[in-house]
Design a protein around this ligand. Structure first.
Ligand SMILES: [Zn+2]
Length: 120
């Protein structure tokens, strides 16, 4: 495999891994925020240090969510660029494969043996 393309494919895999873990992390922050928002609305009759603390936690979760969202956007943009570069510079070796959708239907797919891009 071309050394240059091999490096780009490795970088692409890193972006894909980052996107997966950032997506999970963003979903967890959303759940945490929902929980704390519910808790705070049940809690509103009381105040003081505990409420202050909970508002601080909520604020920090909101900030985390924004920064994770930005990181996710950057990773998606980077993935798009690296995928375009691979598609452009790889000396593709196309493989035609058939996958069974169900007993009656088979789909034909074409992908590159080197970079795994689809021909479409
Ligand atoms: Zn290729």
């Amino acid at each position: 495999m071309d050394k240059h393309i091999e490096q780009l494919v490795k970088i692409k895999v890193i972006h894909q891994k980052n996107i997966r873990s950032l997506t999970i992390s963003l979903e967890q922050k959303r759940i945490d925020l929902d929980n704390i928002t519910t808790f705070l609305s049940d809690y509103c009759a009381r105040s003081g240090d505990e409420a202050d603390y909970l508002f601080k936690v909520k604020h920090s979760l909101e900030m985390d969510r924004i920064s994770i969202g930005n990181m996710l956007k950057d990773q998606n943009d980077a993935l798009k660029i690296v995928s375009q570069l691979i598609k452009k510079y790889c000396n593709h070796e196309w493989i035609i494969d058939y996958i069974d959708i169900d007993v009656e239907k088979t789909d034909k797919i074409t992908y590159c043996k080197i970079c795994e891009s689809s021909s479409l």
